[in-house]
Design a protein around this ligand. Structure first.
Ligand SMILES: [Zn+2]
Length: 252
């Protein structure tokens, strides 16, 4: 008799426990099924939540566009380096006797090794060029072809991106600093993928009016992965257009 009562109690306790469990489960299911959206979409002015589509605009003031040591510096025929004989202080070798700023050199090496993995052997034909090197390059071009032609093909001293240490001429498969680079699978790979490594293909046939230079299939400029990705996303190919800075074919 006692055992029976005890058993009944146990059973009752068991049943109520099960009932409680079911209720808890039901509550949980209800909670899960209830649309949580109102919580997120509720207009709370004070606290912007984690999911904010397009809330962050690209900060265009993050780096200088005039300081020659900045990865965003704009150098063109309207905007020479300042000081005009600027020399970067962290040049690193990128092979073939060439040098670039450390950050750009690291990115270039990564790009070159990824290209190699895809079967493309790339080489840095020309990286950093000093002010004095540009003086002799430009002067010899003027001597050989006249100033008009020299200006269309070579920057005046103090006006070359190569002097910043952020620019590189890339070659492959017997094609060096020449239009054929754009016809090579290797060249086309670089033109299509360089933005992933923080570079832009700086002078294309479509942006000649803006840059002031004829298309250079081989010339790439390091600007950092964030800006390169943003420009790629926005479909903008020049720093001039992105930052609304003057450029063009005429010297200032
Ligand atoms: Zn170049």
């Amino acid at each position: 008799m006692y055992n029976e009562v005890n058993m009944t109690r146990r059973t009752l306790v068991g049943i109520s426990l099960v009932a409680m469990l079911v209720m808890v489960l039901l509550l949980l299911v209800k909670e899960a099924a209830a649309p949580s959206a109102p919580k997120v979409t509720a207009p709370t002015k004070s606290a912007p939540r984690t999911t904010q589509p397009k809330a962050t605009t690209f900060d265009k003031t993050q780096f200088s566009t005039t300081d020659p040591s900045s990865p965003w510096v704009v150098v063109n025929k309207q905007h020479p380096l300042s000081p005009i004989d600027y020399t970067p202080n962290d040049l690193m070798p990128v092979g073939n006797g060439q040098q670039m700023r450390a950050e750009a050199a690291t990115a270039l090496k990564t790009m070159f090794s990824d290209a190699q993995a895809g079967g493309y052997t790339l080489v840095a034909d020309s990286g950093y060029r000093s002010y004095s090197t540009q003086v002799s390059t430009y002067n010899s071009e003027v001597k050989a072809y006249g100033q008009a032609k020299a200006d269309s093909e070579s920057a005046r001293p103090g006006y070359s991106e190569h002097q910043t240490g952020w620019a590189v001429d890339i070659g492959a498969d017997g094609c060096h600093v020449a239009d054929c680079f754009g016809d090579l699978p290797a060249g086309q790979w670089v033109q299509a993928n360089s933005y992933k490594y923080g570079f832009i293909w700086r002078y294309t046939s479509d942006n000649t009016d803006v840059t002031g230079y004829r298309a250079e299939a081989w010339h790439f400029r390091y600007i950092g992965a964030a800006l390169a990705a943003e420009m790629h996303k926005e479909g903008i190919t020049t720093l001039e257009q992105f930052f609304n800075i003057s450029g063009g074919p005429n010297y200032n």
